[in-house]
Design a protein around this ligand. Sequence first.
Ligand code: FMN
Length: 155
Amino acid sequence: MKSLPFFCRGKVIRGFGRGSKQLGIPTANFPDSVVEHLPADISTGIYFGWASVGGSDVHKMVMSIGWNPYYKNTKKSMETHIIHTFKEDFYRETLSVAIVGYIRPERGFDSLGSLITAIRTDIEEAKEQLDLPEYSELREDNFFTAESSQIMNGH
Ligand SMILES: Cc1cc2nc3c(=O)[nH]c(=O)nc-3n(C[C@H](O)[C@H](O)[C@H](O)COP(=O)(O)O)c2cc1C
């Protein structure tokens, strides 16, 4: 995928709220304006990268891009799970992400437990991959220190 790494930011909006409650894995959703600007070569699937909320610390993240076949969503979404424990919700704050690598396609599962196991495996893979020098250096990218109220999409 030649568009990777892909940098984008936007305000966090409310998803269906299943991430925290049913999965125990909270996810932050981007608005349509961000989802619609994804380059065509970034296909649906599960990705790893870096994320920062409101211009503060940069953390490892995993992201699901697509229609969540398990839940049969009809609208495409970009959902980020930041690998960090936050004390509070951050709806309406600015989320900045660098999408740096691809893990796997989105799948349907026959149980909630299998979906949770798959996401936990994605999280472990993301943690390992992001320690590789080619990916870890992106944590320091100027994108994360730039004026965070400016919404942008691109390289
Ligand atoms: C790393 C990761 C991998 C995911 N993989 C899948 C998947 O393979 N299939 C699927 O249907 N949903 C997948 N999801 C999406 C979850 O189903 C989704 O986060 C959940 O529906 C919560 O959404 P909500 O916050 O909008 O309620 C994944 C989410 C994450 C963060």
